[in-house]
Design a protein around this ligand. Sequence first.
Ligand code: HEM
Length: 299
Amino acid sequence: MMDSGLFFADSNRQAQKATKNPSKKLGIYLFTLFSLAAILYGLYQRDNSYLSAEEGWGYILGIVGGGAMLLLGLYPLRKNLRFMHHWGPMHVWFKLHMMLGIIGPILVLYHCNFSLGSTNSNLALYSMLIVACSGLIGRYFFTKVHYGLYGQKVTLKGMRDKLKISKGNLGQQISLSPKVTLLIKKYERLMLKPQNFFIQFSFLPLTFLRSKWLCWRIKHKLKSDLKKQARKNNWDIEMLHNFINEVVLNLHEYFSCVKKTSQLSMFAKLFSIWHMLHLPLFFMLITMGIIHVVVVHMY
Ligand code: HEM
């Protein structure tokens, strides 16, 4: 069914990929978990909190949170201002931007003790929450039009080349299953046919579910084929597991390539619309923040 040499030649590349990602992912999961825990704890404890926005630690948290949100503005400056182009790698600035975009608003939530106050404070708070949520949405769109969070911008040609390679890797593994080959052919035809932006956008959840379901079905079928093959050829358990891991990795890579290729132009449009909205929201936040600081120090 498959050439084991080809399998293992490729598995080094895949293993490298797999070992690179887990620690990165763990960092993101821990940061997300910590942020959620901090928000839930603050919400839960708000009636028992001794923090006051006007003085002491509550006041300091407001200054640090606001400062963090001013600092994160350095990322777009680093990206767009020529004289800053040699100020360290972009991906570090971007990572810092996203972290400060979460830490800053959390500190400000502690500053206001997770409660509403005067009209000017509420407007500043709402603006901050809107911009931070918008940032999270932007992060999602960003990964759809880039290779990961810190990679290059994706081009349709680059994606089609990647898809060809990924299909080639998978091709060796599905060649003996005509049913799987047919399913994949049908899926690819459906996904890659040109589609209207609004139709593609409204069918996003359905496309997601269809892809997940088909990937699961094919994975199941290929695993059972491999088990039969293992019994026939007396593979040891480790060899079988290596084959299965390889197939699953290639299958996931293939599905993600097809989805990314088919949705690229839609997400590029969504990302550019998001950019147009996010910047004015940022300026609205700055304005509301300044008004808030001036007003609370005047009265
Ligand atoms: C209060 C918090 C935040 C503020 C004030 C803020 C502000 C900004 C600004 C001014 C830009 C540049 C927009 C442009 O160039 O058109 C930007 C871009 C961006 N921000 Fe934020 N942001 C915040 C939070 C976040 C968060 C929490 C995330 C994600 C975790 C995030 C992800 C992004 C992304 C993906 C971009 C686009 C980057 C690019 O195109 O190069 N932001 N943000």
